[in-house]
Design a protein around this ligand. Structure first.
Ligand code: PFF
Length: 472
């Protein structure tokens, strides 16, 4: 095996650029393309967007740097890296269980994320079929009514056999890259797909600038009305910031473990966070002009991506081709995130049980496939199965919603909260300072954020996530 960035014969990123692209690939995903525009729409547009940017800088960035520095110090799977930092700081190795929780979260998110990846594959197939039947020039689905196009989504999600198969296909594609290793597979997918993703995103945004309702979109996303900045809006923005940056699942600890000593983690964290935020903003500028130009309302959630947009593509010239390009772009973004998610439990199994990468990633795939199929069926035949309903906050939720809520509102915020406490208060200060690549005032500011602001803000998200009545 060749000498890699981490300076050993252990597999690692072949260059700093490879690490940056892979980490951006992990961060940029369905969270940017689906969740961000939906949350912005539901939470007052400009007020949410401005506060979101502030959250990325003040909360996301410090935790991102904390995660990567733990990984780089440990040079091992996430729990082992936490253990090494704790050991070298003379503290209890029980802190490794913060990362064990992260491994669990990553596994659960992987299971349902690939279900959504499968839905994207379904739409790619649908647009390819449409391109062949109705041609490139007119709008998409020109021989269907609006109601027929909108009915595609409920018909798809209730067809458990199709969604289960597509979930397994998406998982299989993810496995294909993870099984090939860090430099041989994971970074290759980022190296090729992330530039292709950016080209498509910029291309479709430019199309929106000329062909869509750009003025209305800019007003919608960037008009700052301070009175709209309420408590729930602020909390939604914090939550979105760390979901989008892939924090709280030990993913950035895992990727940080493959980084060489010569890389400045402060600078790279800044690049990763800026790119992720830029993509979220561009996603808004790409999606809404098309939606507004078709005279549709920016209703939030999955409906925006899987019903409103296909309907919008029906209305605009070249809709079949733009629609296909759009869903391919979403598929690329989702794949680089699912690869990151699979790598977290895979690296842990390799470290802990000394299995080969092929066996470890294969095991993760089998278990994530089983849980994923349950999630896929939960929007159809298993709709009446409410697995965690004994907790009030999961009442009425099927498997997919329950897994999303369990991770997004409970285990991920706990992981990020404990990580900031670990780096801010437990880990040896000199050890942390030697890894973070910050100097002067920036360093002092970062310490303040990790020690005080991050734990307080994350504890607030948890409180509101678990007890929503707290803010009512
Ligand atoms: N950040 C990804 C997104 O915005 O879609 C989701 C994600 C990927 C979360 C990887 C966690 C992770 F480890």
């Amino acid at each position: 095996m060749a000498l890699t960035q981490s300076g050993s014969t252990r597999d690692g990123w072949s260059s700093r650029t490879a690490f940056i692209l892979a980490a951006i690939g992990s961060a940029v995903g369905l969270g940017n393309l689906v969740r961000f525009p939906a949350e912005a729409g539901a939470n007052g547009g400009g007020a949410f967007v401005m506060f979101y940017i502030l959250c990325v800088i003040l909360i996301g960035l410090p935790v991102l740097l904390s995660e990567t520095l733990i990984g780089r110090h440990g040079q091992a799977a996430a729990p082992e890296s936490f253990r090494k930092v704790a050991e070298h700081s003379g503290k209890s190795t029980a802190w490794e269980h913060v990362a064990s929780l992260g491994v669990f979260s990553a596994f659960v998110v992987l299971s349902f994320y690939c279900v959504l990846g499968g839905w994207v594959l379904y739409y790619i197939g649908t647009f390819v079929g449409d391109l062949f039947s109705t041609g490139v020039v007119g709008g998409a689905f020109s021989d269907s009514t609006v109601a027929e196009v909108e009915a595609l989504f409920p018909a798809m999600i209730s067809d458990g056999i199709t969604t289960s198969i597509l979930d397994l296909v998406f998982l299989g594609i993810t496995l294909f890259f993870v099984a090939r290793g860090v430099s041989g597979g994971i970074e290759k997918v980022a190296l090729y797909l992330m530039p292709a993703f950016f080209v498509l995103l910029v291309g479709i945004t430019i199309y929106g600038m000329f062909g869509g309702a750009m003025g209305q979109t800019v007003d919608y996303l960037f008009t700052f009305e301070p009175e709209k900045l309420t408590g729930p809006v602020m909390l939604a923005a914090v939550g979105q910031a760390f979901f989008s940056l892939s924090l709280g699942v030990a993913g950035m600890v895992t990727y940080g473990a493959y980084v060489g000593r010569n890389v400045n983690l402060g600078v790279t964290s800044g690049i990763i966070a800026s790119a992720d935020t830029m993509v979220a903003l561009l996603a808004g500028l790409c999606i809404f002009p098309i939606v507004f130009a078709a005279g549709l309302s920016p209703n939030g959630g999955l409906g925006l991506m899987f019903q409103t947009l296909p309907h919008a593509f029906q209305e605009i010239p070249g809709g079949s081709l733009i629609g296909l390009a759009f869903f391919i772009m979403v598929g690329f973004a989702a794949l680089t995130s699912s690869v990151a998610l699979m790598e977290v439990p895979t690296a842990w199994i390799i470290d802990r049980f000394r299995f080969t990468r092929a066996v470890a990633s294969g095991m993760v795939t089998v278990f994530a496939g089983a849980l994923g199929v349950l999630c896929a069926l939960s929007t159809g035949v298993l709709a009446g199965f409410h697995p965690l309903a004994f907790f009030p906050m999961f009442e009425g939720m099927g498997m997919l919603d329950a897994m999303d809520t369990l991770t997004g509102k409970i285990t991920m915020p706990i992981g990020a909260l404990l990580t900031s406490i670990f780096v801010g208060w437990i880990a040896n200060k000199r050890l942390v300072d030697s890894e973070n690549g910050l100097g002067g005032a920036l360093h002092v500011f970062w310490r303040f954020l990790v020690c005080w602001l991050c734990p307080i803000a994350l504890a607030a998200i948890l409180l509101v996530g678990v007890f929503p009545s707290f803010i009512e």
